[in-house]
Design a protein around this ligand. Structure first.
Ligand code: APR
Length: 243
């Protein structure tokens, strides 16, 4: 079993995060008031079936995301997750739907980006992926095959395969009662965290700004509503007891 899928013998802490984790760093969420999808139709900029005919709109949207991420600083929620990872080496797994690098900037490692990486580009013809960091894409084309219109941001679009979902399902399948899962800053719209973690044997804690997502929030072992920067540090005592 690859290291990514190795299950530690003692209790583990799984962090499963969405856009809400970076909200207090100034990065917009997707849904709810002033969510990204309120202002830009996701079918134009995040749909694998239509992206090539919206090439310029796609790159303008992700250029804006990339540049916003360049100025963003990790917040206290990112920082406490990094501290937990340092404190319990190899027992804290981080799975994020976010495509920004704020968890890594806070000092986290081995972060599984389930929906890809906005700071990288991907050529859909030769499958090359390369970092361009936090800048606007210069539309110079694929470094390997030279094609220009086959290059998209290395973000998983709707209708596109998400290879890292295998890692997610392997971790979920192997959850035990001694494990703790913190589900933070996600509406569960794309990945049904209530069915993934709420239905698992692990002790699952939902942390969102407010109740009212489409998820069955009662499925989680516990629910905390408020800013992640305030709630996550307050969970350290509970986690200590379980680790
Ligand atoms: N602290 C904690 N939670 C927060 C905060 C905060 N400061 N701000 C917002 N939230 C919560 C909201 O309550 C909401 O439930 O974050 C969640 C954001 O939900 P979405 O905008 O739907 O983001 P997410 O769940 O990550 O979307 C999933 O959809 O469009 C796709 O690929 C995209 O990965 C994304 C996926």
């Amino acid at each position: 079993m690859s290291d990514k899928h190795r299950i530690p013998s003692s209790a583990q802490l799984i962090i499963f995060s969405g856009a809400g984790l970076s909200a207090e760093s100034g990065l917009s969420t997707f849904r709810g008031t002033s969510g990204l999808w309120e202002n830009v139709p996701l079918d134009v900029v995040c749909n694998f079936a239509t992206w090539e005919r919206n090439f310029d709109a796609v790159h303008a949207f992700y250029d804006a995301r990339r540049i916003a991420a360049s100025d963003a600083k990790p917040n206290q929620a990112h920082v406490i997750i990094a501290e937990w990872q340092k404190r319990w080496p190899d027992r804290v797994r981080i799975l994020t739907q976010k495509v920004d690098p704020l968890l890594e900037r806070a000092g986290c490692h081995s972060v599984v980006h389930l929906h890809g990486d906005a700071l990288s580009m991907h050529c859909v013809v030769c499958d090359l992926q390369w970092k361009i960091e936090a800048v606007a894409y210069d539309q110079s084309g694929c470094p390997t095959c030279g094609k220009k219109k086959t290059v998209k941001p290395a973000v998983v679009f709707f209708g596109q395969a998400a290879p890292e979902y295998e890692t997610l399902h392997t971790i979920v399948r192997n959850l035990r009662p001694s494990d703790t899962a913190i589900i933070v800053g996600t509406s569960g719209t794309v990945l049904p965290a209530d069915q993934l973690f709420g239905a698992s044997p692990a002790f699952s804690i939902l942390v969102n700004l407010e109740p009212g997502t489409a998820m069955n929030e009662a499925a989680f072992s516990a629910r905390h509503y408020g800013p992640a920067t305030q709630i996550l540090p307050e969970l350290t005592g509970l986690i200590e007891k379980r680790m």
